[in-house]
Design a protein around this ligand. Sequence first.
Ligand SMILES: [Zn+2]
Length: 228
Amino acid sequence: MMTQTFKRLTWFNQINVYLISTPQGPVLVDSAAPGMFGWLVKSLRQVGLTPAQLAGVVVTHFHIDHVGTAMALQKCGVPVYALAPEVPILMGEVPHSGYGGTAGKIMLAAERLLFGNPSFSGIRSLSVGQKLFGTQWRAIAAPGHTPGSLALYNEDTGDLLSGDTLVSDFGCPRANLSFFTPDRDRLVESALNLMALEPKYIHPGHGKPLPLLAYAKVKEQLISKSSR
Ligand SMILES: [Zn+2]
């Protein structure tokens, strides 16, 4: 049995991508923000890889700071995967699910102005419960932040890649109830579902990885929100 190792490649602990070993080759989880392809190439080089050696890139959701270099990777022949509900959004067939509140509307307008309305072709679909690339990493649905947000859980090691559902930016563990999340009730439900898996470690899309224990207070707050 191969060792199911993975590595975090981080941009100042603010933006994380993860490199997981699979029998089919290294797979990237998330692809950072637009303009970060140079950073990604350099980070991959430091672990002895080139983009073309990747067997795939799995994006946890369609937000721009997670799919920023995915088109460049596609051009290197790397297939891009997302959970089924996210695929039509990435392909431009279904509109962006928006961000919450007025601040979110302004943010989305600014994003459109800067980056246009990117649409991908040929995104491959993952289903809930699917094990990825012959590993123990399983696709878990975590809707709320976006309709098809994905987390990956490795039941052998207890590691959870939580995408933007549970984050720890600026050292502070939290569920992502920011204006970037339009459906906060579903986010609360998803965050509690992820914690119920009892992962040993939570590796977020933003911030430092932390043990589940660090999220104890977050869990209490979420439970009180969900029982209101
Ligand atoms: Zn996001």
